[in-house]
Design a protein around this ligand. Structure first.
Ligand code: COI
Length: 323
């Protein structure tokens, strides 16, 4: 099996690719850039491309087919960046991997704590040497009800980690899990919205979930609710969220992801004009923490992304897809 890796980061991924590919005898080449229609020729003659969250649309899929690629391996949990129907039409398989769920779970809880302790506002004021207390009064986690929307492996990990804080945890998921019942109460969407002081999203970025949180849903939530999104930007209707922040319905938003973030995050834009207006608006509010989609970014998760993606691709070719 020959693998071509896109968006490979020298500073944290290279050593893991070298080690696992060496161990399994997988031949690989790489580039640090994302796949474009023009550079897919780099993958000519390779069986698999290994990517992160760069868009793979039908045009790129046609080029991949011409290049002889049989598998698109995304070293990510989400696959919303890939046109999977087009891949199926052209007979190219798509796979993803999982990695340490604590990476994103820890990050979601960090954002909750930042919101409870008004950390963005405090950090901004501290840079200007304003060490006053007024306007910085915080709240404690154990006094809160936290609602987790989504009980997949990340949502479940958040529930378990939160149990140490002594808060009440609600979770909304169609597939209740016995172990998670020890840490959280399974409820329906309406109860989650009505009772939670903090709502954290842990569902995937499918078309079915597009704008699952909008005007109607915000109206069902408590005034001053905290919204945490470490999953996908498309889950929230951004203009509706901006309205809810301006009206005070949302007291704090911790957003590791926003709509239309592709092409913006993971690059240095210091000397460029950013055109994502929603990003600029959201980033300007003192009670909104916008972070560049880094929940996944821990040593363990990065190692898992590389190692698990190479093992899964190797198994796909050596054992067959369904074994
Ligand atoms: C995923 O694994 O789905 C992520 O969101 C992380 C990715 C941006 C590297």
């Amino acid at each position: 099996m020959k693998m071509f890796v896109y968006s490979l980061r020298e500073y944290d991924e290279r050593k893991y690719f070298d080690d696992i590919c060496g161990e399994l005898g997988v031949e690989y080449e790489s580039t640090d850039v994302v796949p474009t229609v023009d550079n897919i020729s780099l993958a000519d003659g390779f069986d698999v491309i290994n990517i992160i969250t760069c868009p793979i649309d039908e045009e790129r899929i046609i080029r991949l087919k011409e290049a002889g690629v049989k598998l698109i391996m995304s070293r990510t949990v989400g696959t919303d960046h890939i046109d999977k129907e087009a891949a199926a039409r052209y007979g190219i398989s798509v796979m993803n991997i999982s990695y340490s769920p604590a990476a994103v779970a820890d990050y979601a809880i960090m954002l909750m704590l930042m919101g409870l302790r008004k950390l963005k506002y405090i950090a901004i004021r501290t840079i200007g040497r304003d060490y006053g207390l007024e306007g910085r009064l915080g709240r404690e986690m154990h006094e809160c009800t936290v609602g987790l929307y989504g009980g997949g492996y990340i949502g479940k990990t958040v529930a378990k980690e939160l149990s140490g804080f002594g808060c009440k945890t609600l979770i909304c998921d169609r597939h209740p899990d016995e172990e998670t019942k020890k840490y959280a109460e399974y409820v329906d969407e309406d109860r989650l919205f009505a009772e939670s002081d903090i709502i954290s999203l842990h569902v995937s970025g499918t078309q079915e979930n597009f704008h699952m949180i909008g005007r109607e849903e915000f109206a069902k939530m408590k005034d001053g609710v905290m919204i945490i999104n470490t999953a996908r930007g498309l889950l929230i209707d951004t203009p509706a969220m901006i309205e809810a922040i301006e009206s005070g319905k949302i007291g704090f938003a911790g957003l590791d992801v926003i709509e239309n973030e592709k092409g913006m995050y993971y690059f240095d834009h210091e000397d460029r004009i950013l055109t994502n207006k929603d990003f600029s608006i959201l980033n300007g509010y003192p009670n909104v923490m916008v972070l560049p989609h880094m929940g996944f970014y821990t040593e363990s998760a990065v190692r898992d992304m590389v190692v698990n993606s190479v093992i899964a691709a190797n198994d796909y070719f050596s054992k067959g897809e369904n074994e």
